[in-house]
Design a protein around this ligand. Structure first.
Ligand code: UGA
Length: 454
């Protein structure tokens, strides 16, 4: 099938490259010429494991352009995957989506095209995009006859750092439209994934338990709500583990054991119960805020979602309080932060807990040192006022520190020979912001081991 993808951010790029890999003929359009040039040369503008390899495998079916006129005509499906940043009141800023929809409408010429909202958009945006498409299409002087189109929602459930596996081997695919023909087209598009009939890429074998992928084919509003409801649920699951973690610390229980014991109940499930400094990234914060904003339009409170956000914010503050309790005085102390990205395997710094923790320590007079194995370069550009605190080696980070905080659980940090650094520190305090280090081992090595809870 012929596919156009508008926007080559995380979601757009993964969708385009994966569909091309599956054999569809894909054109990705992005207004950023530098990005298009880079992708055309086979290089990936974002850090995502496996993406360049998949880009190479998919190359014969994949084109990048800045021109809608080169990408939209003839497409059976147009995915719109542009950014939807948060506006000040928490609702997503839909400017980019509007202008993308207008540009798509200017170029539509197929007898039937499904326009898919891939960006996470508030419930009701499908109807909104449909109205923009129709208005812009009607205004075209060169309006071709016999052109039909319909809007569908196909929410994305990929995690940064796992984007390709989450796309090729997803837990489910959700498609929503009030137009049956769109659902049929999308069903066809995703057949290779639904039936798992494709040959897996060399670097990413198919997990043994994946042989068919459930398809949820529903109406537009339900598909839109599924995305928000799922993300908010994951966010509150983490916040719940963190809330229990605070109680565990008070009663002398071990939150890691508690989370394990809870998670083995299959009704609960073990994933997304890892306690620590909490969630960050571009999705959970934005989506929980948007869900509350949408509910507000209907005079509905979302007390559970609000509480999940509050607990999450509190975890970052608790990390700093733990250090203050231990060191008594933060002024003049040297504190090293290991990990800046909001989670491992990405260089994404959006809403990263490390930023709040670093700023809060600086505001209290501490001197920070920062390290990340991958995100440092991006950090230098996006956080110029903090860039001077970056260290290039781990030895440098530990040297002379009063405490080190493990903020992002990069594998590199877990595999460190921790015995090497204890002697470099002024006081060997380690605050485990992710509850991933072996507390007994750290103590045997001479560290004073602290965790965010416990
Ligand atoms: C999240 C969802 O997991 C995806 O399904 C969804 O498609 C995506 O948002 C989106 O809406 O685009 P992502 O934000 O990439 O994906 O990252 P996650 O792996 O979900 O992690 C989010 C945050 O939660 C990270 O900061 C991570 O460190 C934290 N986390 C995760 C915990 O603190 N504890 C856990 O047990 C799990």
């Amino acid at each position: 099938m012929k596919v156009c993808v508008v926007g080559t951010g995380y979601v757009g790029l993964t969708t385009g490259v994966s569909l091309a890999f599956l054999g569809h003929e894909v054109t990705c359009v992005d207004l950023d010429q530098a990005k298009v040039d880079m992708l055309t040369a086979g290089r990936c503008p974002i850090y995502e494991p496996g993406m360049e390899e998949l880009l190479a495998e998919a190359a014969p079916n994949l084109t990048f352009t800045t021109s809608y006129a080169d990408a939209v005509p003839g497409a059976d499906v147009v995915f719109v995957a542009v950014q939807t940043p948060s506006a000040d009141d928490g609702s997503p800023d839909l400017r980019y989506l509007r202008s993308a929809a207008e540009s798509v409408a200017q170029a539509l010429n197929n007898d039937f095209t499904v326009v898919v909202n891939k960006s996470t958009v508030p419930i009701g945006s499908g109807n909104w995009v449909d109205a923009i498409l129709r208005d812009s299409f009607e205004q075209r002087a060169d309006r071709p006859a016999g052109v039909e189109f319909a809007v569908a929602s196909n929410p994305e459930f990929l995690r940064e750092g796992n984007a390709i596996a989450d796309t090729l081997y997803p837990d489910r695919i959700v498609i929503g439209s009030d137009n049956p023909r769109s659902l049929e087209v999308l069903n066809r598009l995703y057949r290779p994934i639904i039936n798992q009939t494709f040959t897996p890429p060399a670097f990413l074998t198919r997990p043994e338990d994946v042989n068919a992928v459930p398809l949820v084919s529903t109406d537009l509003a339900s598909a839109e709500l599924i995305k928000y409801a799922a993300n908010a649920f994951l966010a509150l699951k983490i916040s719940y583990a963190n809330e229990i973690g605070q109680l565990a610390a008070k009663v002398g229980a071990d939150i890691t054991e508690v989370a394990r014991g809870m998670g083995l109940d299959q009704r609960i499930g073990s994933r997304f119960l890892q306690p620590g400094v909490g969630w960050g990234g571009s999705c959970f914060g934005k989506d929980t805020k948007a869900l509350i904003a949408t509910a507000g339009e209907y005079n509905l409170e979302m007390p559970i979602v609000k509480a999940a956000r509050d607990v999450n914010q509190r975890q970052r503050a608790i990390a700093v309080e733990r250090l203050q309790d231990e060191l008594r005085i933060l002024k003049g102390r040297k504190i090293g932060l290991l990990g800046l990205a909001f989670k491992p395997n990405t260089d994404d710094l959006r809403d990263a807990p490390a930023l709040d923790i670093a700023n809060s320590l600086i505001a209290r007079g501490a001197r920070v040192k920062l390290h990340d194995p991958v995100a440092s370069e991006r950090f230098r550009t996006e956080q110029p006022e903090l860039a001077a605190y970056l260290t290039s080696t781990i030895d440098e980070l530990f040297a002379d520190c009063d405490a080190v905080v493990l903020v992002t659980e990069w594998a590199q940090y877990l595999e460190l020979d921790w015995s090497k650094f204890v002697g470099l520190m002024r006081t060997p305090i380690v605050l485990d912001g992710r509850h991933v280090l072996d507390a007994d081992r750290m103590r045997r090595l001479g560290y004073r081991y602290l965790a965010v809870a416990g």
